[in-house]
Design a protein. Structure first.
Length: 322
């Protein structure tokens, strides 16, 4: 494609609010063109079949992709099972990860059409994108060619904590090559997230050990949460973006700006000038750039420490190494 055509394409997608990846040297937008031409369409169809009737799966699949990429890169190591319960999926932050059946179904469909060709890492990257699109979120191009890792260790699953302060969060993301602004952007994924009262109750009932609530939370929001979460309740679910949990939009930033962030890590975004500025801009103006920003950040996330070439393998089943 001539350079002027590339520039025209970039201008067009910027207007439409979607993101086109500029492929890294090791990933390619047309990677499966010759060996499995319909790969993306197969994954899209399976994802739609699952997420269409169960919208909350979109958040689960997006979270799965994030949790996979932040540990050992985007190598599908999170999908591996261990007979000793010592794989990534057995780590405490991953015990609530769900949606594996969607990835497995997409992989199974691909194996029928193109056996041994498409990696589980690529399937997970595509499923996350297609799940977001299914609930009205932005589309982004996914360069392909990742290979699957053979190692998955529970003790390596050091993921950003919902109880983290802003300094810790910025370091977590900086260590992976993300800016503070991108931390705020990716936190916007909480617009479709849910949690359980077990993670929320310490903030609203006993924040400092004296029976108090977190002063960083809007008092009226604390009362709303107490109506839903009783002190000993650890299983009832709570929307991370009240009133907009099934739609991917910028409403999360309105909630955070009003001190209605569900987690400590959400509220902490107001404690840094750069992340606070981004939140207030999106909240005040109705999220004018959020879709494009999020798409760009997801393209970057999908390239994190990928295995390519002769590294890794193409698993026949996503839960076990070959």
């Amino acid at each position: 494609m001539a350079m002027k055509n590339i520039l025209a394409l970039v201008v067009l997608v910027s207007i439409l609010g979607v993101s086109v990846a500029i492929p890294s040297p090791n990933l390619d937008l047309s990677y499966y063109k010759s060996e499995c031409r319909d790969a993306e369409e197969i994954v899209r169809k399976v994802t739609k079949e699952h997420v269409g009737p169960q919208k909350t799966l979109a958040a689960a699949l997006l979270r799965m992709h994030f949790h996979d990429c932040f540990v050992r890169g985007c190598d599908a190591s999170l999908l591996l099972k261990s007979p000793n319960n010592d794989a990534e999926r057995d780590a405490i932050p991953n015990l609530s990860v769900r949606g594996y059946e969607v990835v497995d179904a997409a992989k199974s469909a691909l194996e029928e059409k193109c056996p041994g060709v498409v990696s589980c890492a690529d399937v997970l990257s595509l499923v996350a994108r297609d799940a977001v699109v299914e609930i009205g979120g932005p589309w982004w191009s996914v360069p392909l060619g990742r290979r699957d890792g053979r190692i998955s260790r529970k003790d390596e699953a050091n993921l950003p904590s919902p109880f983290a302060d802003i300094a810790t969060l910025k370091k977590n993301f900086s260590d992976k090559g993300f800016t503070a602004n991108e931390l705020a952007v990716l936190s916007g994924a909480h617009t479709i997230g849910i949690s359980t009262c077990g993670l929320v109750n310490p903030r609203i009932y006993n924040f400092t050990g004296n029976g108090d609530s977190d002063p960083a939370m809007n008092p009226s929001y604390v009362q709303e949460l107490k109506q839903r979460c009783k002190p000993t309740d650890s299983t009832t679910t709570v929307d991370m973006d009240p009133g907009s949990v099934e739609k991917f939009d910028s409403h999360y930033f309105n909630a955070v700006s009003e001190k209605k962030g569900l987690f400590v890590s959400d509220s902490a975004l107001l404690n840094d000038p750069e992340t606070k500025l981004y939140i207030e801009k999106q909240a005040k103006l109705g999220g004018p750039t959020f879709n494009k920003d999020f798409a760009d950040a997801m393209v970057k996330l999908g390239k994190l420490e990928v295995l390519t070439g002769n590294n890794g393998e193409i698993r026949a089943k996503c839960s076990v190494v070959n």
